[in-house]
Structures are given as C-alpha cells and as structure tokens.
Write a protein that binds this ligand. Structure first.
Ligand code: FMN
Length: 285
C-alpha cells in the first residue's frame, strides 16, 4: 500500500521533508497555459471541512517542465504529475512531454467553468501519447460510477484516483457566499462516507488499482478505504493542519492492524465489500 498526498494539498518545494515522508508525491494539477486561478476569497472553513475555489492556479506546462519538474526530481521521492486541461488533445500533449513519471489525469475539478471532454476520450488520447502509468482522477458527482469506471478502463487507464472534492457553498453572516466564486470544492472529514461509497462502487466494476482519498485523518480511515477496495491511500486536507500526518497515520495504521490481528493492510482489502456481498447472497426470509 502506498501513502501519497492528494493533489493540491502539499507543496513539495516548500516542504520537501513532508514529501519524503510519503511513498510518492503528487503535484498540483498542471494545465497547458498558466492560470491565475479564481479571484479571492478562495478558501472558506466550514464545521466539517473546507471549501476551496482555487481554480487550478498553476504556472502552466512550459514553466512546469522547465522550472518545477527538475526541482521536484531533486527531492528524491517518486513523482506523480497531475495533468489538467479542457480538451483531450491538451491532456495528451502534456502527457507526451512528461517522461518518466506516473500521471494522474484530473478529470474532475469542480472549480473551473470550462467543461472537459468525456473522461474516457481523454484517457484514450493520453494512452496513445504515453507509455507512463495513467491514473484517472474521478469526481464523486458521477451518476453511475461503475459505468464511468468501465469506460475509463476500456480506454486504457492503469488505475483510478478517487475522490475529488464535492461541490459546496458556505455563507457569511450577511448570507453572501463566503467564496468569491460562490461554490467551491468541499473537502475534509465530511467526505469520508462519500469516498468509501465511491471506492466500493468502483471496486465492484474493476480490478484496477484505486488510490482512495477523501477526509482521511487517521490510520483507521486508511484501513476503512482499503476495506472498501482501495489499494493505496492519499492524504489531502489533513496536511494543511498537520504536516506530520504521514508518519502519524502510518503509526496509527500499525496499531489498527495489530488490534484486528492483521499482518498487513492488504489483509483488510475488500473486507467491507465482501461482507455486503455475503449479505446480498444470503437467502431472503
Ligand atoms: C486547497 C485544495 C486544492 C486542491 N487542488 C487540487 C488539484 O489541483 N487537482 C486535483 O486533482 N485535486 C485537487 N484538490 C482535491 C484533493 O486532491 C482531494 O481530491 C480532495 O481534497 C479530497 O481529499 P481530502 O478530503 O483528504 O482533502 C484540492 C483540494 C484542496 C483542499
């Protein structure tokens, strides 16, 4: 099981030691052109999580390849590059230039107005452009996750990453949206049950590796995602509050495994899913 950061939740250049405490570092999403992102206010706290409307702010592909990627390589941790865009050819052109990294295709940003082409079309175009491992990052908003997952697998994805944020709105005391953009992406603890359900639904549809994320804060939360079918897990919002989370979560995970009598996180793999299946298969009275 790999422990990663969720895209956009860790800056490895300012916190290289935190990046090194993970099994791989995932970059903020890179788009073909530079993006300033949305106007402020772009972050709002809520009772059970955080809203962000960053809007894919990033220096763009050329500056990323020229300046950022070589510096990230020096950190010495395996790299995953999150790739974004608004048309399949844009994603594919970035993939073709990345070289030896794992690629996460951000098919699911809720904070931009431009609608991307269908996930499967994007994956197909990227598959033709690169031999690097391709993970597709999915939204929890999908109407039928199983159908989406099957289409993405058929298009050539090597794995899935899920979930991205849920769309949400917070209001200030004067009943105006706290974020300048109105809605933003909701992340943090409230996402956990949504993430578990999404991973479970995806695991019913595929045997591909799944990086699970959404509100993970403790070792127990890691194990729950694995029990629902995740093979790897990423830490997102928790990293803003606790940069020591990777080491802490690993310790807690070891404690949870001991409590349950497991040797390895893999022993919990699909445990929750199997118990639902056995209920479904039991004779109805
Ligand atoms: C401030 C912030 C910026 C984010 N930026 C990106 C991004 O650039 N690309 C992406 O795929 N996901 C992005 N995400 C979503 C996270 O990668 C993750 O999918 C989501 O926050 C759920 O995990 P969490 O509840 O553990 O934070 C961002 C999330 C936050 C909070």
């Amino acid at each position: 099981m790999l422990l990663l950061n969720a895209s956009g939740c860790l800056d490895a250049l300012t916190a290289p030691d935190v990046a090194r405490s993970l099994d791989a570092f995932v970059t903020k999403t890179v788009t073909p052109e530079p993006r300033a992102g949305n106007p402020p206010v772009r972050i709002a706290e809520t009772s059970f999580g955080m809203l962000n409307a960053i809007g894919l702010a990033n220096p763009g592909r050329a500056a990323f390849l020229r300046d950022t990627l070589p510096r990230l390589r020096e950190i010495g941790v395996p790299l995953w590059v999150s790739v974004g865009g608004f048309a399949a050819h844009e994603f594919a052109e970035t993939c073709a230039q990345l070289g030896d990294v794992t690629i996460e295709l951000n098919l699911s940003c809720p904070n931009v107005d431009e609608a991307p082409e269908s996930g499967a079309e994007i994956v197909r175009a990227c598959r033709e452009a690169t031999a690097s491992p391709l993970y597709a990052k999915l939204s929890p908003h999908s109407w039928d996750i199983g159908e989406t997952v099957r289409a993405i697998e058929a298009a050539g994805a090597d794995g899935l990453t899920m979930i991205n944020t849920l769309r949400g709105v917070a209001l200030d005391p004067h009943l105006r949206p706290s974020l300048a953009r109105g809605a933003g992406g909701y992340s943090g603890p409230a996402l956990r049950p949504v993430a578990l359900a999404a991973v479970m639904a995806a695991r019913r549809a595929t045997q591909l590796p799944i990086v699970g994320m959404g509100g993970v804060e403790t070792g127990r939360h890691v194990l729950e995602l694995i029990a629902c079918g995740a093979t790897d897990v990423a830490l997102g919002t928790v990293l803003f509050a606790d940069s020591g989370a990777p080491a802490r979560v690993r310790d807690e995970l070891a404690g949870e495994l001991e409590k349950l009598g497991f040797d390895d996180p893999g022993d919990a793999y699909c445990a929750a899913l199997e118990s639902v299946a056995s209920l479904e298969n039991s004779p109805k009275s």
